[in-house]
Write a protein that binds this ligand. Sequence first.
Ligand code: TPP
Ligand code: MG
Length: 486
Amino acid sequence: MAIWLRRSRSLAHYLKAEIGFWKVPNQRSFLNPCFFNPEKSSSTTLTGENYGNPPSFLGNSPTLFGSRRFESIKSGREELDLEDENGGHQNQAMDFPGGRISFTSEMKFISESPRERIPCYRVLDDDGLPIMHSSFVEVSKEAALKMFSNMVTLETMDTILYEAQRQGRISFYLTSIGEEAINIATAAALTPHDVVLPQYREPGVLLWRGFTLQEFSNQCFGNKADYGKGRQMPIHYGSNKHNYFTVSSTIATQIPQAVGAAYSLKMDKKDACVVTYFGDGGTSEGDFHAGLNFAAVMEAPVVYICRNNGWAISTPVSQQFRSDGVVVKGKAYGIRSIRVDGNDALAVYSATLAAREMAITEQKPILIEMLTYRVGHHSTSDDSTKYRPVDEIEHWKTARNPISRFRKWVDKNGWWSDKDESELRANVRKQLLQAIQVAEKAEKPPISNLFTDVYESLPSNLCEQEELLRESIKRHPQDYPSDVPV
Ligand SMILES: Cc1ncc(C[n+]2csc(CCOP(=O)(O)OP(=O)(O)O)c2C)c(N)n1
Ligand SMILES: [Mg+2]
């Protein structure tokens, strides 16, 4: 009996730790239809006024998830003498630096490939129908239409600026096609105070925050109005006003940087978190591992959003890791994690909203692995048909398209028509073409800008380089763009 009681107590503890994953404060559950079922929910509606505000469904106290610091930090020789299953006595647990660990007499290696893979949270099926009993945050008509319009705008911007590169008008471009739901629905779940450290395939977050088509075009054309003063390649957007760090092509550098930014929010007791994005390829960098470990140990409020789109340029995920994707790596670092269908805007939105709330109220990192697919080539410097089947691309472009799936759901609610859509597309196209014309004609930043903004006073080697550049332009004017003021 004593043994049964002891075992049932540890079972209860286990359940609290593991199944607690599904619990929220005051015994409210993620699965409780009062909080997520669209028919019954009222408190979790995303309205035009409150989108971006913290949801009330998580309350203010910590959730009962299993993540915790392990109980004991006593280093120790102390071993606890406990009764075993067979009624015998043996040393069953010891205090070890970092926490208590139980003993087992079974020599058992942890399997490298569990039979069941971590399931993927989704709300809408491929036909845009809510899946029975799915738990999600209701979205108002106004907010849903803003999300949908932003996804269409992003797709249109990508199509036109990609063409502009093909016409030789800009030097480089990279699309987010196929990943519009991750871009827009994560942005919709954040507040403008949340600090974003992007990789490079997330311009939709800036779009959602109000960065204009003119501002996107100015950056791509590197003109005088570009906030980076024309010193970066196209698509390296950044905006102080929008709390969006400038894109850095060096893969994964933003992941540990996000911990520092989040720790500063923590010290200032801000009601905000840091959100950092990266691709599956980013997780193959050491920075990913250092960053996650650092965030977990420092309890930094950062939401890690991995866009697992199957490819890192031409390297498929199967050549990057043998683990069950990225989500399982969170657990290894002591980070609460979830796998989400990245092409289902409602699932992306709900999971990000919950992750943000937990990161802030509990002051700890959260990892979301979004499963998606890079429908476009890696960039204008790539031809992905050389290394992956066209059928695969086509399948994701059509059957698993995130915009059309969300459109079907919006349609079913009676909120949208074909006429609305063609008007929207025509309008965005017209605005963007105008923005491109303006950006193309605008003056370029002067050559002197190449040397400013790093050092307070220019060091001698840079003075020398500037002189050499100016001499070279004088001697070979035909080799330098005539529209850049010298
Ligand atoms: C440190 C570093 N290594 C390599 C590269 C070259 N590179 C640019 S993008 C990329 C692939 C990144 O893939 P992923 O993180 O999955 O993002 P995706 O392009 O799929 O969105 C690589 C290897 C780089 N920019 N920086
Ligand atoms: Mg990738």
